[in-house]
Design a protein around this ligand. Structure first.
Ligand code: GDG
Length: 462
């Protein structure tokens, strides 16, 4: 079996995989089984011009190789092109994108540096798996250094429709860069269809029925691989004695009979202001919920150096104050907004202890919180998932209450339906949801991607 080499912007701490969740869990097992290497940024920023050799850590068969970014690279590659251009554009938010030539140069420079630093660690047989929007051109850089290995790429965020992508600078270069890979994976059928349309409509390429796309002299296999979670370990985390006592505390500390929960990085793609307004609308339209329902939003900070994130933070603080000021009472705080990271065990307990999981992104690649909410539930007395139709997870989780997150009345009505849903219907929906969450779990995601990458016929000229 060939070694696996994972490349991503940040490298997760595999020794704390169960705490960090996400990629660390999904890829940690594969790295341990096959042996391998995880390469990326260590999260540190050093002065420009300073040359720091990569840090190498070895744990059994798994090596991590990390390096810092310079302050200029951090500004131009990370905050600039990755998070002020690609993140908003790929989430359909052209209004929030900020284009500057230096951002593109920084993006290309860091991908160049990453390739230079990675090549000495590669062996001819390695399977290389590159992750996400920060590293789209890494494949080209590796090919230019004569790396002939199988290289796959997975995009964790949505792939926008061609008309939107066409507004991004250098979009043709960016999309053609994907043809340096042998396999390109997306989260959903919609993302895959958008990519295929771009290639055919804007890239003058062809799409074939066996998932192969051809553009000029290169071809690539493109498919969708919905990412998932480790269902059993999340269920266990939500059902420990400590979790029981946390849920007990949650229930005793409030007079409310139903809890609604949201958990999201504080990001404009997650639809938090509209979600807060929908909760407010619920209290207005269905006043019987006053003093009977609470909403807890956990929203740890991210990317605070990007202006759009500061704006949304202020908006949420104002909304929280206004909703609590209008509806709160000495014995009831309707909305609890926690702008901090919460320990993962506590998170699992809170998801289980809440009667409604409210997941309403305006656009999301997949959204693992939706899957975690389902995995955490008691099968005998499950809660109800209210899910945005614009989350990738909605392609699979059709048994949730699917809503348009822009329509505040619709979300408020769905909340009312969720709070009052009879137990039989809750159980039926939960069974259907859990079946889907299990079918597309973390193991299935990585194994199906790796299987395609291992077996793909190599994609040069056809
Ligand atoms: C990107 C794509 C795609 C959140 N708050 C806390 C905390 N979390 C954990 C959640 C979940 C993870 O972070 C967030 O995952 P999501 O999938 O919801 O969202 P993104 O971070 O935007 O991830 C997304 C994903 O990549 C994977 O491909 O699904 O669409 O945008 O696991 O539980 N964890 C802890 N404390 C918190 O306060 N411990």
């Amino acid at each position: 079996m060939s070694r696996l080499v994972v490349v991503s912007n940040r490298v997760a701490d595999l020794t704390k995989a169960s705490q960090s969740g996400g990629l660390a869990v999904a890829l940690g097992d594969a790295l341990r089984q096959r042996g391998g290497l995880w390469f990326g940024w260590d999260g540190n920023v050093v002065e420009r011009g300073k040359r720091v050799p990569p840090t190498i850590q070895v744990d059994g068969q798994v090596k991590t190789v990390t390096l810092p970014l310079t302050d200029r690279d951090y500004e131009e590659y990370y905050l600039g092109f990755s998070n002020r251009v690609l993140w908003p554009v790929f989430h359909y938010r052209l209004d929030l994108a900020k284009f500057e030539t230096a951002f593109l140069e920084g993006y290309q420079r860091v991908n160049f540096k990453f390739a230079d630093a990675l090549v000495p660690f590669l062996e001819p047989d390695d399977l290389i798996w590159v992750h996400d929007y920060h590293l789209i051109p890494l494949g080209i850089e590796l090919r230019q250094r004569n790396i002939k290995n199988r290289i796959g790429f997975f995009l964790h965020i949505p792939f926008p429709p061609p008309d939107i992508l066409a507004a991004a600078p250098e979009n043709e270069w960016l999309v053609k860069a994907l043809f340096a890979y042998d396999v390109v994976g997306f989260q959903t059928e919609t993302d895959l269809a958008n990519f295929e349309r771009y290639i055919v409509e804007q890239g003058h390429g062809d799409a074939f029925i066996d998932h192969r796309l051809v553009c000029g002299s290169r071809s690539v296999v493109a498919d969708y691989f919905p990412i998932g979670i480790d269902v059993d370990s999340f269920f266990e985390m939500a059902h420990t004695p400590e979790a029981d006592s946390q849920i007990d505390l949650l229930e005793r500390r409030t007079i409310a009979r139903a809890h609604i929960i949201g958990v999201d990085r504080l990001d404009y793609s997650k639809g938090l202001p509209d979600r807060f307004r929908a909760f407010e609308r619920l209290l207005e339209r269905h006043p019987e919920n006053q003093k009977a329902v609470t909403f807890m939003q956990i929203a740890p900070p991210t990317r605070e150096d990007v202006e759009a994130y500061v704006d949304i933070k202020h908006e949420l603080e104002a909304l929280t104050g206004s909703i609590n000021g209008q509806f709160g009472d000495f014995d009831w705080t309707p909305l609890r907004y926690i702008h901090r990271s919460v320990d993962r065990n506590t998170l699992a307990a809170l998801l289980r202890g809440s009667q409604v999981g409210l997941v309403t992104p305006l656009r999301d690649g997949m959204n693992l919180v939706a899957k975690e909410y389902v995995a955490a539930q008691d099968m005998e007395d499950p809660g109800v998932l209210v899910l945005s139709k614009f989350a990738g997870a909605a392609e699979d989780l059709k048994a949730a209450l699917i809503v348009n997150p822009y329509d505040i009345d619709e979300v408020a009505d769905a909340l009312q339906t969720a709070i009052t849903m009879p137990i039989e219907e809750r159980r039926q929906r939960q069974n259907a949801l859990l079946e889907r969450v299990r079918r597309h779990d973390a193991q299935n995601w990585r194994e199906s991607f790796i299987e395609v990458l291992e077996n793909v016929s190599l994609g040069a000229a056809v």
